[in-house]
Write a protein that binds this ligand. Structure first.
Ligand code: URA
Ligand code: URA
Length: 198
């Protein structure tokens, strides 16, 4: 017997998510945002980066990691021998908290289903969590970036390696060495060659 499958491609699903998030009013950030930031990159990516929330530039442009932190993230991705186009980049929150304050737990709870949808759709081999807030969002308040960075964890059956947030690295350049060790572990998990950069 032949089974007919209706195939809807991933782009269609992500567009539907985008339309939904644009109308989202689950929290008050809906009233202060200029643009929600859904995410961007390869919908078949093996590697997905998850940051905290859009900042000023991201809110204005509707794209993740395009400000100062974003430039550093782009350089980290390139140092790994990859490009932004071949990974996927998203955030815990889709909308910018005013003045870049930390997200409230209720905002995280409201917004996470959108990220989970993206994770299920993309099914990356590894998630890289950028910073403390992303770690806490997925693993709870006992999460410590200082203790857990670079370690292989699992979330819903997907490998996770937490590392430092690029904004933190800009303020604490000495932690870049540790972050690079974390990224080497990511590459190892993906069976990709480790460029001998720094
Ligand atoms: N910081 C984040 O956590 N995400 C962005 O998209 C930009 C800055
Ligand atoms: N504190 C944070 O919020 N993020 C980091 O990456 C490190 C320390």
């Amino acid at each position: 017997m032949k089974i007919k499958m209706i195939s809807v491609d991933k782009t269609t699903y992500i567009k539907a998510l985008e339309a939904r998030v644009k109308k989202c009013k689950r929290c008050s950030l809906a009233f202060t945002r200029n643009n929600p930031v859904i995410g961007e990159g390869n919908l078949n990516a093996r590697l997905m980066f998850i940051g905290e929330a859009p900042g000023e530039q991201e809110d204005l442009q509707g794209r993740p990691f395009v400000g100062k932190s974003g430039q550093l993230l782009t350089r980290i991705i390139q140092a790994m021998g990859l490009s932004r186009e071949e990974v996927y980049i998203a955030n815990i929150l889709k909308c910018r908290p005013p003045g870049n304050r930390d997200p409230y737990p209720q905002e995280i709870e409201n917004c996470l289903p959108y990220l989970f949808f993206q994770m299920e759709l993309i099914r990356p081999e590894i998630l890289v969590l950028l910073g403390r807030i992303a770690g806490i969002a997925l693993f709870g308040t006992q999460f410590s970036i200082t203790r857990m960075h670079g370690q292989l964890l699992y979330f819903r059956g997907i490998k996770v390696i937490p590392s430092f947030h690029p904004a933190y690295l800009l303020l604490n350049p000495r932690a870049k060495k540790l972050a690079w060790e974390d990224m080497k572990n990511v590459l190892k998990q993906l069976n990709l060659p480790i460029p001998d950069k720094q």
